[in-house]
Design a protein around this ligand. Structure first.
Ligand code: 5GP
Length: 113
């Protein structure tokens, strides 16, 4: 008997894999960034690693570089777009406001690009 164990695919898997459209503003080999569909600031971008981790609570020593990588790319993005002030936010767990269980960093700024 063959059993297929498949990870649950979130909307961010589908955006990453180009199955669902998104307004993509940054991409490289490791990270994808796109505009939040319901922006809570003038500029509201979500940074995700291409490698799937569900939440900050699931970070292990093997994946501990990923949150820092998202912060680094957000910083790079801000410099490129001349955004000098912004907030970075991780929602962690349902009780922490996390709705999509694919690790993501919110980038919020009152400045536009
Ligand atoms: P969380 O609450 O999990 O930290 O944030 C999830 C974010 O994803 C929310 O701000 C929500 O507006 C955004 N979002 C949910 N579905 C979609 C979608 O289909 N496309 C885009 N671009 N953003 C989404």
């Amino acid at each position: 008997m063959i059993i297929f164990l498949m990870e649950e695919r979130t909307i961010f898997h589908r955006i990453r894999d180009r199955e669902v459209p998104a307004d993509i503003v940054f991409e490289d080999a490791e990270v994808l960034a796109f505009r939040d569909i319901l922006p809570k600031a003038r500029t509201h971008i979500l940074f995700i690693p291409k490698y799937f981790v569900a939440s900050l609570t699931d970070i292990t020593p093997e994946t501990a570089h990923l949150p820092g990588l998202l912060i680094l790319k957000a910083q790079q993005f801000a410099k490129e777009k001349s955004l000098t002030g912004y907030k970075l936010l991780f929602h962690v767990g349902k009780a922490g406001g996390q709705e999509v269980f694919y690790l993501h960093l919110h980038f919020l700024s009152d400045q536009e690009f």
